[in-house]
Design a protein around this ligand. Structure first.
Ligand code: CO
Length: 470
């Protein structure tokens, strides 16, 4: 990819609020706000971070209404941001040279690291920016200023490492999540919640070597943790004097295989834990129940080397040539009398950041929207794909060498079927050196509109569309 996509890893300093000029026509029903989260800057002055995942959180808000788009971007003024402004980047995911004990104190224990750059969510009427520590940042959805920190302090079991990818229950509207508690015996704690400060414990799973898991699967009756064999010895993790960034303490142990913990939500128990061959992954695309089977669609990579390939010195030099994602479908039998089985099927090779319609979360569905890449990945994603999981058909959108963010599908309120709606994505124009908001037709991926953003947005992580923020 050479130097062009290095623009996606530059540090942005602008914070702006303005109406964007729209080319094309926005659907008249499109109303609400897309809020995207990701690293806005990787350095301030002479100091910086080493890994893409550690850039300072910046929110980008696109508000649709009356045929126009209003844009606002702002760094979250977190403790991590203030420290960086004062010349000290705090310990992050894969950056740092302080001792591990100090790192853990700041990343996991005392006042955990608050560089919440992964996603924005609404929970109990509050808007939260999340990362993988249990200390969330509440922001004002209009001004994007920080209002508060939110950390669970109740009596239900809680952990040191939190999953940033909350799952919304399609039937109840409630949220399910899990946290990992490190200790002599470690635990995965699975719980539901209706607000950031109230939770109901569902199940805890004791493990001797906890794994790094970035997301999980939820259906009406089950929670599934996909436990990759990328694990840490928790006693090593907590021992004073060890050196190195948080994630570098995890070890790839392929002999363990990958294990699916299937938890019956009603009974609060693990009902199956089948293992299959070792693989790693970050994102579950969707899951649903089908007869006696659980269907879990997950983006996999062969191993945890993917993390090493995302250090900034490599990305900025254009050193990719690594394994891109693979969208795969796993079928499990959670509750059958015989041995549980796992069937594995490749849906699409060369994907990144797969999403589905929010109306289909946890339900039988058909379409996945994702970035598309070559395999192995030699360029940052230059396509948006729509994958029909029933027929295998793939529909594409591309615009020369330009790069895309994660696609977010917004359903039309007119009940036009699963793909009736639009796909929102941010496109980095590598020649003009600024980004565009691009609006694609959900069915055909034809471009319906684009709006010029006044600067180049660094490659970010996740977005969420909030219809109520109009
Ligand atoms: Co993620």
């Amino acid at each position: 990819m050479g130097s062009k996509a290095a623009l996606g890893f530059h540090s942005l300093t602008d914070e702006v609020t303005r109406n964007l000029h729209v080319e094309g026509t926005l659907p008249p029903w499109l109303s609400g706000s897309l809020i995207r989260n990701g690293p806005g800057a990787f350095e301030i002055g002479d100091v910086g971070v080493e890994h893409w995942f550690d850039g300072l959180a910046m929110l980008h808000k696109f508000t649709f209404g009356d045929g126009g788009v209003r844009y606002r971007n702002r760094f979250l003024r977190t403790d991590a941001y203030e420290s960086a402004r004062n010349g000290a980047f705090e310990s992050g995911f894969a950056t740092g040279t302080t001792t591990l004990f100090e790192r853990l104190k700041s990343f996991l224990i005392d006042a955990p690291y608050d560089n919440t750059n992964i996603i924005a969510e609404r929970l109990g009427g509050r808007y939260l920016a999340l990362t993988e520590t249990p200390r969330w940042v509440e922001f004002d959805p209009d001004s994007l200023t920080v209002k508060d920190h939110v950390q669970y302090g109740g009596s239900e079991p809680a952990g040191n490492l939190a999953c940033a990818h909350l799952r919304r229950d399609p039937n109840t509207g409630g949220i399910v999540n899990f946290e990992t508690e490190f200790g002599r015996t470690s635990n995965y704690h699975i719980y539901s919640m209706t607000s950031p400060t109230e939770r109901n414990h569902i199940c805890s799973i004791p493990v001797s070597e906890p794994a790094y898991m970035h997301s999980f699967a939820l259906t009406p009756n089950y929670v599934v943790l996909t436990e990759f064999p990328f694990v840490v010895n928790p006693l090593d993790l907590l021992r004073p004097g060890k050196q190195g960034p948080f994630i570098e303490n995890f070890e790839w142990k392929p002999d363990r295989g990958t294990r699916f913990f299937v938890i019956d939500r009603g009974r609060g128990t693990v009902v199956a834990q089948p293992r299959t061959e070792a693989f790693f992954g970050f994102h579950h695309a969707n899951a649903y129940e089908s007869g006696d089977e659980l269907v879990i669609d997950l983006e996999t990579v062969p191993d945890a080397d993917a993390i090493d390939t995302l250090y900034l010195y490599r990305l900025r030099a254009g050193e990719l040539g690594v394994f891109a994602g693979r969208l795969e479908r796993f079928r499990l039998t959670p509750d059958s009398p015989g041995e549980p089985y796992i069937e594995r099927e490749l849906l699409r090779d060369g994907t990144a950041l797969p999403t589905v319609s929010p109306e289909k979360w946890g339900r039988k569905y058909r379409y996945v929207y994702t970035q598309g890449t070559d395999q192995p990945m030699t360029e940052w994603p230059q396509e948006i794909l729509k994958i029909d999981t029933e027929t295998g058909n793939v529909t594409r959108f591309s615009d020369g060498e330009n790069n895309f963010s994660e696609p977010i599908f917004v359903p039309s309120p007119n009940g036009e079927g699963e793909d009736g709606g639009v796909v929102l994505t941010v496109m980095l124009d590598v020649s003009a050196e600024h980004s565009w908001l691009v609006v694609l037709d959900g069915e055909s991926l034809a471009e319906r509109a684009r709006a010029r953003i006044p600067h180049a947005i660094p490659f970010d992580f996740h977005g969420r569309f909030f219809p109520e923020l109009d």
